[in-house]
Design a protein around this ligand. Structure first.
Ligand code: ZN
Length: 100
């Protein structure tokens, strides 16, 4: 039953890095997600470092979730303000990185 222990440990460890996707509302590890940040200076952008200052919103790095976030303008709800179209365009142009 060793493998179960390992699985349990891995899950507990990963919980710290779990974030909720604004599109499908499922939780996932940060490494599987894209972060969009609303910075203190007011700019909103795709945060490639995933650690920029500001309020963050997370979306799965999948075609489905990115498309849903763009289609439903979910960043507007996440940041409680109107988000520029260019931000949605940059989100939808992020390459899928699930091949890794
Ligand atoms: Zn999702």
């Amino acid at each position: 039953m060793k493998w179960q222990d390992k699985t349990h440990l891995a899950m507990a460890n990963n919980e710290k890095n779990q974030r909720r996707c604004i599109a499908c509302k499922q939780h996932a590890d940060k490494s599987e997600m894209i972060r969009i940040v609303s910075s203190k200076s007011g700019g909103v952008f795709v945060d490639e470092t995933k650690s920029s200052d500001g309020r963050g919103a997370w979306v799965h790095d999948t075609k489905e979730c990115k498309a849903l976030a763009v289609k439903k303008r979910l960043l507007n709800a996440a940041f409680k303000r109107q988000i520029d179209q260019s931000v949605y365009e940059s989100l939808s142009s992020v390459e899928d990185e699930n091949d890794d």
